[in-house]
Ligand binder design. Structure first.
Ligand SMILES: NC(=O)c1ccc[n+]([C@@H]2O[C@H](COP(=O)([O-])OP(=O)(O)OC[C@H]3O[C@@H](n4cnc5c(N)ncnc54)[C@H](O)[C@@H]3O)[C@@H](O)[C@H]2O)c1
Length: 260
């Protein structure tokens, strides 16, 4: 408790899933937290439950970033968490041969343009204190090829790389603004619902998704939040440009081969 006392944090996509867990953990650690999302009804209610603030922020919209960060007295931590798979409305072809250009762009607009804008506005805001922590939620899918989700994999790989560029840029500028990426795999959140479905096959599908995971289970959002707390805190003062995997061990072995 208290590892983030005195710090102000903004978390995107915080209405549910990993973003919700990160916002909860940050509040528990003493941070002043601004939750943001496009699901305003859920976000407002959650923020009230946590005793935190809520702001509507569509990460694709530069004007939203200017308004939200411009309205904050200070910013010590930004978590660029909002992300989409592109399968929210149901399964569509996202392989490299059949993905539509519109679908490809839609995934990159949220996952990559959103992170670019977040970093841009956070650096400007953090310049005042000359310090801060930017945490970008990438994915295992940003480290290996995913044939059925090419746009998602491409966008998350770009997030990994942009994280390192931001880290180096801030260091070059003499700023103590750290930027690191987290690479989760198979964390049980609502993002999985369109892929898991309902009915008797759900349990089989869940087992199939984690059959190559050494720890043989989905991860919990709180387990990702614990890594975010570390990167946000001064305990990680010498960590920048780093990528941290939280994947039940899958990237440690050959099961991380493309296609799995
Ligand atoms: N769950 C996993 O297994 C997993 C694995 C690897 C990476 N991730 C990444 O973790 C992050 C969170 O994933 P999750 O599983 O909690 O997803 P989720 O779908 O449960 O939650 C995502 C949240 O982001 C919000 N959002 C979507 N588009 C937005 C936009 N344009 N602006 C602002 N908010 C927006 C949604 O409203 C939702 O509240 C994503 O970046 C995702 O790619 C998740």
């Amino acid at each position: 408790m208290g590892r983030l006392t005195g710090k102000t944090a903004l978390v995107t996509g915080a209405a549910r899933g990993i973003g919700e867990a990160i916002a909860r953990a940050f509040v528990q650690e003493g941070a002043s937290v601004v939750l943001s999302d496009i699901d305003n009804d859920t976000g407002v209610k959650l923020a009230a439950d946590l005793g935190a603030e809520y702001q509507s922020l569509d990460v694709r919209q530069e004007a939203d970033w200017a308004r939200v960060i411009g309205g904050m007295e200070r910013l010590d931590i930004l978590v660029n968490n909002a992300g989409i798979t592109g399968f929210e409305a149901g399964w569509v072809s996202h392989d490299p041969e059949h993905a539509s250009l519109d679908d490809w762009h839609a995934v990159h607009r949220t996952n990559l343009d959103g992170v670019f804008l977040g970093c841009k506005y956070a650096i400007k805001a953090m310049r005042a204190a000359g310090a801060g922590s930017i945490i970008n939620i990438s994915s295992r899918s940003g480290l290996v090829g995913i044939p059925a989700a090419s746009a998602y994999a491409s966008s998350k790989a770009a997030v990994r790389n942009h994280t390192k560029t931001v880290a180096l840029y801030c260091a070059e500028q003499g700023l103590n603004i750290r930027c690191n990426s987290i690479h989760p795999a198979a964390i049980q959140t609502p993002m999985w619902e369109p892929m898991l479905g309902a009915g008797p096959e759900r349990a089989e599908r869940m087992a199939a998704f984690v059959k190559d995971t050494p720890l043989q289970r989905f991860g919990e959002p709180s387990e990702v939040a614990a890594i975010a707390v570390l990167l946000a805190s001064d305990e990680a003062a010498y960590m920048t440009g780093t990528e941290l995997n939280i994947d039940g061990g899958i990237l440690a072995g050959s099961a991380a081969a493309p296609g799995k």
